[in-house]
Structures are given as C-alpha cells and as structure tokens.
Design a protein around this ligand. Structure first.
Ligand SMILES: Cc1cc2nc3c(=O)[nH]c(=O)nc-3n(C[C@H](O)[C@H](O)[C@H](O)COP(=O)(O)OP(=O)(O)OC[C@H]3O[C@@H](n4cnc5c(N)ncnc54)[C@H](O)[C@@H]3O)c2cc1C
Length: 370
C-alpha cells in the first residue's frame, strides 16, 4: 500500500528518506524552510567512520552505524545512477592515530571487540604508519588502520540526493521560512509562513537541530540541541594524504579535489552558524602535530554547521507512540551522513509496517517522555 507522505526537513536524513520512500512507490513531498542541504548536512566532513567514532562498546548505536556503513557501497551506486551526479565516495581507509603508549592499550581493547563485529582493524607501528602516510608527524607512535572506513563529499552527496529525489518524482518545496503543523492526529495538515498548505497521510520528522521546536505539538520530550561544528579546509598542493586521519582531538580528511578538510569544534552557540577566530585556532594549533607541513599553510575556507545532538547521544528513530503515521528520524549528531542509508531504509520499513533492518527500540522517540 502506498501513501501520500510529507518529509519535514531537507537535510541528508530527510532527502535520503524521501528517496527511499519514492522508490517504494509513495507520493512524497519534502518541505524545507530554507534550502535543501543548507544546514548540518552540507557542512559535514563526510566521514563514514563507525570504528573511529565509537570505541567504547558495541552498543545498539554502533550496530546502527555499522549497518549503515555496509549499506553504502550499493546505496551510493544507486544514488549516483538515479541522480546522474558523482559525490566522491572514496574508500580511503582511516588511521586512528595515538601519541602515548597508554593509548595503544585502548586501541587494542577496541580492536578485540570490533574484530568480533567483522572489522578489519590492524594495529600499525610507527614504521608502517610512515609507509601508509609519509607526511604524518614522528610523534605519532601507533595507529589503528581501518581499511573499510570511507568518505563522501557531503555537499555533493546532498545535491545528488536532492536530484535523485526530483528525478524519482518527489516534490520539493523550499524557502518556506517556517512550517507549522496544524493537525496530525488523523489527517496531516501543515501550513507554511507564506500560506501554502500541505496535506498527507503520513509525516516524517527530519528537522535536525530544530526538532525540539516540535515537542509541544507532538506532546513528546525531544531533547535535541544544536552543537556547532567549526571546520576548515587546506589546499594540499604537492603534498599527498591518503587516509582519513582520526585522533581524540579532531580529524583530517583528504578530498579528491586536492583539499584537506580539518574538523571540527564542538561548541554551544545556540543556532549561530558563524565561524570564530578561537574555534578555527583550536584546529590550526592542533593539526600541525598531525601533519607538520600544515604549519606553513593557512586554511583557504572555513565554515560551520549545527549538529543535531540528543541528550543521550542516540538519534530519535521510530513512530510516535500514539500516532503510528508520524515517524521521527532526527538527532543524528556527529554521524548523519554515515547513518543516512540505514535511516532511510528504517523509515521506509516503518511506513509500510514492515520489520526494520536493525532493532530500533533504543532510539524510541518517547524515551524521554515520562
Ligand atoms: C562540521 C560538521 C562535520 C560533520 N562531519 C560529519 C561526518 O564526517 N560524518 C557524518 O556522518 N556526519 C557528520 N556531521 C554530522 C551530520 O552533518 C549531521 O548528523 C547530519 O547532517 C544531520 O542531518 P539532518 O538532515 O538531520 O539535519 P540538517 O542537515 O540540519 O537538516 C535539517 C533540515 O531541516 C530543516 N528544518 C528544520 N525545521 C524545519 C521546519 N519546521 N520546516 C521545514 N524545514 C525545517 C532545516 O532548515 C534543515 O535544512 C558533521 C556535522 C558538522 C556540523
């Protein structure tokens, strides 16, 4: 059975969900208050790095991230084929680098449980690191090499998703300024600030860092908060960087266009997306300890975006407890680009009352509603 579906929010989560829903035959409209991909999704470094990001234990969130990484090879091919656009899906592998002997122990612990989950995780010493990544600093004494970790060029990925949606017949309404939910308990009725009305039978909430605004409407506590990420990029010139280099202080991602993306701060600044001198200085002071050649370079581009963080660090993915036609897909914090394929597949399964590809109980939208 197919439905008329509204997806609220045109970031990577809304667009990926809309694309998957359109592939299942639903009649989909995306409502975006500004421009699709104009917020966190277009600002991201594009890493697909669950092993580097989650080192503590194999919880449900790790499983979700891993499932999504494994969706990517097929998913990205399909998005490219439908959209006709490339977005630099690069299987570079990553090096999770450390400076101290004590940190090697932590890497060994994560290696043992990550291998149980099928990770190719190889602990490499300083000599081998130099072969893999010749320009890395001598102060790095070891690293975990994850050949599976990859990255995309996030702004192009979001553009490709948007184009794929349009080609699949998804209606995209942008620059709506504000969209209010007038009714949702039975039929869904939304009105934009400029007076446009949108009606549907199903609603997917993918409004990222702004999701908390909907708490009162849906009688749910949705503790989603904007965490600003300031980030910068360098022109690499004649220097070559082969892998994502990840550390406890930040990361560096080499892009196919000869640039090196260095992220990212995590600061609280409300909904401000401006870049500060101190935010970028934190990156530029630190990154020369990873690649000494950066001492002589200045970033050619700086920007910032608002990650949708939740109180417990897990996204909200699931149905409204009292209205099964309302689906939440928000709060993906640091990993929304990685999580976009699996979230899209979960949303499509929920909408058709099918079994989800992975368990989602941990991500229930009502887990903070008492
Ligand atoms: C600097 C930085 C680096 C990052 N690096 C990575 C990375 O390497 N890998 C990774 O996986 N993730 C990364 N992330 C995280 C990732 O960008 C986010 O998790 C992801 O973009 C969230 O997607 P989203 O669609 O939920 O949010 P958004 O992209 O913010 O989209 C939400 C959209 O909803 C719209 N909206 C809100 N309210 C309404 C409303 N009422 N009506 C209509 N529209 C509305 C907004 O305008 C916005 O366009 C990074 C983030 C930042 C900031």
């Amino acid at each position: 059975m197919t439905h008329r579906v509204i997806v609220l929010g045109g970031g990577v989560i809304g667009l990926a969900s809309a694309l998957e829903l359109s592939r299942k035959g639903h009649d989909v409209t995306v409502l975006e208050k500004v421009r699709c991909g104009g917020q966190a999704s277009g600002a991201a470094a594009g890493m697909l790095a669950p092993y580097s990001e989650i080192g503590e234990d194999p919880d449900d969130f790790f499983r979700l991230c891993l499932a999504s990484l494994r969706e990517y090879p097929v998913w990205q091919e399909e998005v490219k084929k439908i959209s006709g656009h490339d977005f630099e899906y690069t299987n570079s592998g990553s090096l999770h680098a450390v400076y101290h002997e004590a940190d090697l122990l932590a890497l060994k612990t994560r290696q043992s449980w990550q291998r149980e989950w099928g990770a190719e995780a190889e602990l490499v010493d300083a000599t081998r690191i130099k072969k893999l990544e010749p320009h890395l600093s001598d102060s790095i004494i070891g690293a975990m090499h994850y050949p599976e970790e990859s990255h995309v060029f996030a702004p192009d990925y979001v553009r490709a998703l948007e184009e794929a949606c349009r080609k699949n017949g998804v209606t995209i309404a942008e620059e709506l300024e504000a969209v209010e939910v007038h009714s949702w308990k039975e039929d869904i009725d939304l009105v934009s600030k400029n007076g446009q009305r949108f009606q549907a039978e199903r609603l997917v909430i993918a409004s990222g860092a702004w999701s908390k605004e909907l708490e009162e409407t849906f009688s749910l506590n949705l503790p989603v908060y904007p965490i600003r990420g300031q980030i910068c990029a360098y022109e690499l010139g004649d220097k070559q960087v082969n892998h994502i280099v990840y550390t406890s202080q930040g990361y560096l991602v080499p892009k196919a266009n000869g640039t090196l993306v260095n992220g990212a701060s995590e600061d609280i600044a409300g909904f401000m997306t401006d870049v500060t001198v101190s935010g970028i200085a934190r990156l530029t002071n630190w990154n020369k300890n990873i690649f000494p050649f950066l001492t002589d370079l200045k970033p050619f581009h700086t920007w910032a975006g608002l990650r949708p963080a939740t109180q417990d660090g897990y996204p909200f993915i699931g149905k409204h407890p009292n209205a099964k036609h309302i689906i939440f897909a928000t709060g993906h914090y640091r990993n929304g680009i990685l999580l976009s394929p699996i979230t899209a597949k979960i949303v499509a399964a929920l909408l058709s009352d099918e079994k989800t590809p992975v368990p989602i109980e941990t991500f229930a939208p009502n887990r903070f509603t008492y």
